[in-house]
Every structure is written in structure tokens, then in C-alpha cells.
Design a protein. Structure first.
Length: 94
């Protein structure tokens, strides 16, 4: 019985989870992607996809995260914005 309740709770969490795409413009710097993924992982948010696109004079990092906690997303956006070399951070539901 208890395992059925836990299974139902896990199912409901999955149903409520949303995918958020972060679009991050950064300077070209060694370790930048690592620093960003560290911020996300320390917040216990899983990353389902990450892509770095070199552009002329900057990098564009697109990262899809799975979470239903909008508060966590707001916090990691602020933390990412404070990283050295980050120019901008945008997000959208996907």
C-alpha cells in the first residue's frame, strides 16, 4: 500500500514537471559551461539538454532544465547572471 502511494506521488511530480529553456549569452571563457552547470546542479535541477553555439564575439548556451519549481528557476537565473562573463539570461517554457 505504501509503495502504491509513493509511486502515485512520483507520477504526479513527473506530470507537474516543466521544461524550461535557458538562453545564456556569455563571453568566450574556459570553464564557463562548467560554471553554469554547477549552478544548476547545486540547485538539484536536472539538465536534459545543453548546447553551446559559438557566435562572433560571444557564445550562446541553450540549456533545457526539468523542474516544476519556478522559485528555483528564478534563483538560478540570478546566480547565473552574477557569473563572470555572463552577458544575459533569458528563459521560456518548452
Amino acid at each position: 500500500m505504501a509503495s502504491d502511494v509513493i509511486g502515485l506521488m512520483d507520477y504526479l511530480k513527473i506530470e507537474k514537471a516543466q521544461q524550461i529553456e535557458l538562453r545564456i549569452q556569455t563571453d568566450e571563457r574556459v570553464g564557463m559551461l562548467r560554471d553554469i552547470t554547477d549552478v544548476v546542479s547545486r540547485s538539484h535541477i536536472s539538465i536534459s539538454r545543453a548546447n553551446l553555439e559559438p557566435r562572433r564575439g560571444f557564445n550562446l548556451i541553450k540549456m533545457v532544465c526539468n523542474t516544476s519549481d519556478r522559485g528555483k528557476i528564478s534563483k538560478i537565473i540570478l546566480k547565473i547572471k552574477n557569473l563572470k562573463g555572463v552577458k544575459s539570461v533569458d528563459h521560456r517554457l518548452v
